[in-house]
Design a protein. Structure first.
Length: 366
């Protein structure tokens, strides 16, 4: 089953945040939802679909797929997933083992696993050793609103829709206080601040946040790979720490875990190196009794891959569902919406249904 074509397909899609506000915020102020789909065609006629992280970096990621990844895999046997992953990481190491390069590798790897499962006539979770019967809890992952009233509104709406846990992306206590008041004392709240603070600032903010009963504080320190500083905060602040969406390859996660920097590890399948690398991270976390909480704010094959991976984890944690509504869906209606606060997994061969070609045609750019 030889690879005869690798295509990077760029999409831009409008979306709704569910609130009306003329005020723009700096971070998470996306104008469009970006996709970089990776389509891999084989000489048998089978086609696999992958998903490279592309939010606000779509064009360079697509170019990396086209000019760095594709030429190195054309003619390779698509069944050699582990070998291709290793060879790409080795041959492209000069350009960095994280960021754009690994996003592109991740997209290809997801597509190869889709092909492997389709070739076997099985849903991906079966190849990963799971029967697919598990229901995994979902949590809503809110935008950053920088407005206590808007935060309270979105928290309330999340709970109305059946989410049992809610993650914020605020950096001020006023919004966190509003979220806690809206949620009440029994709903787990998490706070992702996206690496804004020095270690000293993070310590001060953690002390101010201590009264809001957070399940975890996510990525409080810049730069995110400063694991010694993160470990010091972890050992002193009294709030569980989560991180990992910016970590690529199992080697960065090994360093994170060796420093005992986190309670929750958050590999992102579209960033970390794909399904192949995600599984290595899962094994590391299991050997160190660290809970995985997959990073998955996606609406393409990366989200489906996360659902399958969760089925095969001994302790799957929770599935992140970013709290926005795209104008259209690549998949059948409701596939991205939890039922009774939980997600199941597609039962079709491969990742699940292929992306809708009409939606691709309508929103394709580049």
């Amino acid at each position: 089953m030889k690879i005869v074509g690798v295509e990077a397909i760029e999409l831009e899609m409008p979306f709704s945040r569910g609130v009306s506000s003329e005020r723009e915020v700096g971070f998470l102020n996306w104008g469009m939802l970006d996709f970089c789909l990776v389509r891999v065609e084989t000489d048998t006629g089978l086609v696999g679909w992958g998903d490279a992280f592309a939010f606000q970096c779509r064009k360079p990621v697509a170019e990396a797929v086209r000019h760095m990844v594709a030429p190195r895999v054309l003619g390779r046997d698509a069944r050699d997933v582990a070998g291709i992953s290793h060879d790409l990481q080795q041959s492209l190491h000069l350009f960095g083992r994280y960021g754009i390069t690994m996003f592109a590798i991740s997209g290809l790897d997801i597509a190869l696993w889709d092909l492997a499962a389709k070739s076997a006539g099985q849903p991906l979770h079966r190849l990963l050793g799971a029967d697919g019967s598990r229901r995994v809890p979902a949590y809503s992952s809110l935008f950053r609103y920088e407005d206590p009233e808007l935060v309270a509104d979105r928290v309330t709406r999340s709970i109305e829709l059946g989410y049992r846990s809610v993650k914020l992306h605020e950096t001020r206590c006023a919004e966190v206080a509003a979220a806690r008041e809206a949620a009440g004392p029994g709903v787990p709240l998490m706070l992702d601040v996206n690496c804004p603070w020095t270690p000293a600032e993070a310590a001060r903010m953690a002390a101010e946040l201590a009264g809001y009963d957070l399940l975890w504080l996510e990525e409080p320190i810049n730069p995110p790979e400063d694991f010694p500083a993160l470990a010091r905060l972890h050992g002193s602040c009294g709030i569980a720490i989560a991180a990992g969406e910016n970590a690529c390859t199992a080697f960065e996660f090994r360093a994170m875990l060796e420093h005992r920097a986190v309670d929750y590890a958050q590999p992102s399948v579209t960033k970390v190196g794909g399904i192949t690398e995600f599984r290595k991270v899962a094994t590391l976390c299991e050997t160190r009794a660290t809970q995985i909480m997959p990073h998955s704010p996606y609406f393409g094959p990366g989200f489906l891959a996360t659902l399958h991976l969760a089925q095969a984890l001994p302790s799957p944690g929770m599935i992140e569902r970013i709290f926005l509504e795209p104008e259209a869906s690549l998949y059948p209606e409701g596939m991205h919406d939890p039922v009774d606060g939980t997600f199941g997994v597609p039962g079709e061969a491969g990742l699940g249904p292929d992306p809708d070609p009409d939606v691709i045609t309508e929103y394709r750019v580049g």
